[in-house]
Design a protein around this ligand. Structure first.
Ligand code: FES
Ligand code: FES
Length: 231
């Protein structure tokens, strides 16, 4: 009759055993990582390896209308609109704060509606009219939002300001259209809410100012809304 024998744990006198075990464990973990990535995204391990590793770049030619100018270039399909503006076209007015859709510093207008350009793929912006801070006004002829921010000192370091101004420009259009915000719902309004300071704070809440110039930003937006009121 055979008897079970308990395996002896590796000893300090026999380090080769331990190394072998270590290598095996590393190999196992590397393989398991690829398999779990595959399971997590629902693809076969070979495809997962490609996804987690160096998937080769795919480039495409695109044409975008930016500040009323047609710009044609060839880009990696993964390029964000923000990186395209800043890195490829030298339009550095739009700022990169978080690159995760959390600060609003990169806000630009797509057909008049505000978007976070860090979360927008450049290829997806084809066919839209893109307006950046550079396209809103000129030093000699500021846009109403630019003039209001200047008049009310709505900035300190200025890093968030291009995004704030693009956002405020779109906000004025939203107010004119009668769009609702969370605050409007809370007050029971179902259309064309009065743009109170609470409405302004709610509607500008996607634009963070680390200098804390909020009081003056609200004053500037209040003026933009007042000046933009149409009969
Ligand atoms: S950089 Fe786009 S939201 Fe912060
Ligand atoms: S003015 Fe400095 S971050 Fe807003």
């Amino acid at each position: 009759m055979t008897r079970c024998t308990e395996l002896e744990p590796p000893t300090a006198e026999d380090p080769s055993q331990d190394n072998t075990l270590d290598l095996t464990r590393r190999e196992f973990l590397a393989g398991a990582g690829v398999v779990s990535a595959g399971l997590a995204i629902g693809v076969a391990p070979a495809a997962a390896e490609q996804a987690t590793g160096a998937a080769s770049a795919v480039t495409v030619p695109i044409t975008l209308s930016i500040n009323k100018q047609q710009r044609t270039l060839t880009i990696d399909t993964r390029t964000s609109l923000l990186d395209l503006l800043r890195e490829h076209l030298d339009l550095t007015g739009s700022k990169k704060g978080c690159d995760h859709g959390q600060c609003g510093a990169c806000t630009v207008l797509l057909d008049g509606r505000r978007v976070n350009s860090c979360l927008t793929l450049a290829v997806a912006a084809q066919g839209a009219e893109i307006t950046t801070i550079e396209g809103l006004g000129t030093p000699d002829k500021l846009s109403p939002a630019q003039a209001a921010f200047l008049e009310h000192d709505g900035f300190q370091c200025g890093y968030c300001t291009p995004g704030q101004i693009c956002s405020a420009t779109a906000l004025e259009e939203e107010a004119h259209r009668g769009d609702l915000s969370l605050v409007s719902f809370e007050t029971g309004r179902t259309s064309h809410p009065k743009i109170t300071d609470d409405e302004i704070r709610e509607r500008m809440s996607g634009n963070i100012c680390r200098c804390g110039a909020y009081a003056n930003i609200v004053a500037a937006v209040r003026q933009i809304i007042r000046n933009g009121e149409r009969p």
